[in-house]
Design a protein around this ligand. Structure first.
Ligand code: GAL
Length: 301
């Protein structure tokens, strides 16, 4: 609303009290390439913490401030700017009355591979960081959160060195993995998971692992979150569909009051200047049990 670009990358949206809250990675400062990592293009900026923006109509956004701040004076802290804080997602816990944020926490060479958790009494924060873990002892990188209609919640993250996704059921307070988990899309090297439930079926869109470079998205379907996930192919159609329209999925947003209408939210990363990365939002529609995402330059539901 104040004319500044939105700084909320790898984001996710919480809908609460008729308001959309967009959480994302703050990327600012100079982009550098991490020299020690020669096997892949590890471009990074210092972690800037997690931002929050609010909106009533998805068009006008108000900056709510830092939802989760970095800890600059302790280099061993998970939230030190020299670390990686990515893909924050927030859900509300009915039992505790707390807002729960999970995020990908990593070292600058991505070998730490953990999931971090934070809580707040208010949707926009500030959030109190509780710590990080390897869920069920396994690596955890790109992730999303999913709260099912029955109140059960899951942390879905890329594990086993990016080979296999793990669906981790969370405890009833959403603060820890319950111990029940399932390996899905085994050996398919998928990341950037985003999930939606539509007509009693679950849909998970993921990208391939090619760093900041775009690749072909894939979706899979299941009858239950912890059930069997079947790969279905590329949900994107039309020109540039093999590169997801030069973007990488981050979230699927159900539009309130419009049943069956969803927004595909993605990041168009600029690896040479990461703060200049942009957002791609497109209508996501279902044709029976098939997802269809097409490029449209200008649109409105
Ligand atoms: C991507 C991942 C991003 C970020 C990036 C680092 O594959 O989806 O969230 O971690 O790698 O290169």
């Amino acid at each position: 609303m104040d004319g500044n670009p939105i700084n909320a990358h790898g984001g996710g949206i919480l809908f609460d009290h008729n308001t959309y809250y967009w959480f994302g990675e703050i990327k600012s400062g100079k982009t550098i390439r991490v020299k020690e990592d020669t096997s892949w293009e590890n471009f990074r900026v210092n972690a800037g913490g997690i931002s929050c923006y609010s909106s009533h109509d998805l068009l006008h956004w108000k900056y709510e401030g830092l939802a989760l701040a970095t800890v600059p004076n302790d280099s061993s802290h998970d939230l030190h700017p020299g670390r990686v804080i990515e893909r924050p997602k927030v859900i509300y816990n009915q039992i505790t009355g707390k807002y729960v944020m999970w995020m990908h926490i990593d070292s600058r060479d991505y070998s730490y591979a953990r999931a971090g958790v934070a809580v707040s009494d208010n949707p926009a924060g500030p959030y109190t960081y509780l710590g990080s873990m390897r869920p069920n002892g396994a690596m955890s990188r790109d992730m999303t959160l999913f709260k099912d209609t029955n109140g059960r919640a899951y942390l879905i993250s890329t594990s086993e060195n990016n080979a296999t996704i793990h669906v981790n059921e969370l405890t009833s307070d959403y603060l820890k993995p319950s111990g029940k988990f399932k390996r899905i899309l085994i050996g398919l090297n998928r990341e950037a998971p985003a999930i939606v439930k539509h007509n009693h079926k679950y849909y998970l869109i993921t990208s391939l692992c090619t760093g900041w470079d775009p690749n072909e998205a894939m979706y899979a379907t299941a009858d239950s979150v912890m059930g069997h996930w079947t790969p279905k192919g590329n949900p994107c159609a039309g020109e540039n569909n093999l590169k997801t329209f030069n973007s990488q999925i981050t979230f699927i947003l159900p539009v309130r009051g419009m049943q069956g209408k969803y927004i595909f939210m993605a990041d168009r990363w600029n690896k040479a200047d990461l703060p200049d990365s942009r957002y791609v939002w497109l209508p996501l529609v279902f044709q029976n049990e098939k997802i269809m995402i097409q490029w449209v330059g200008k649109w409105r539901f």
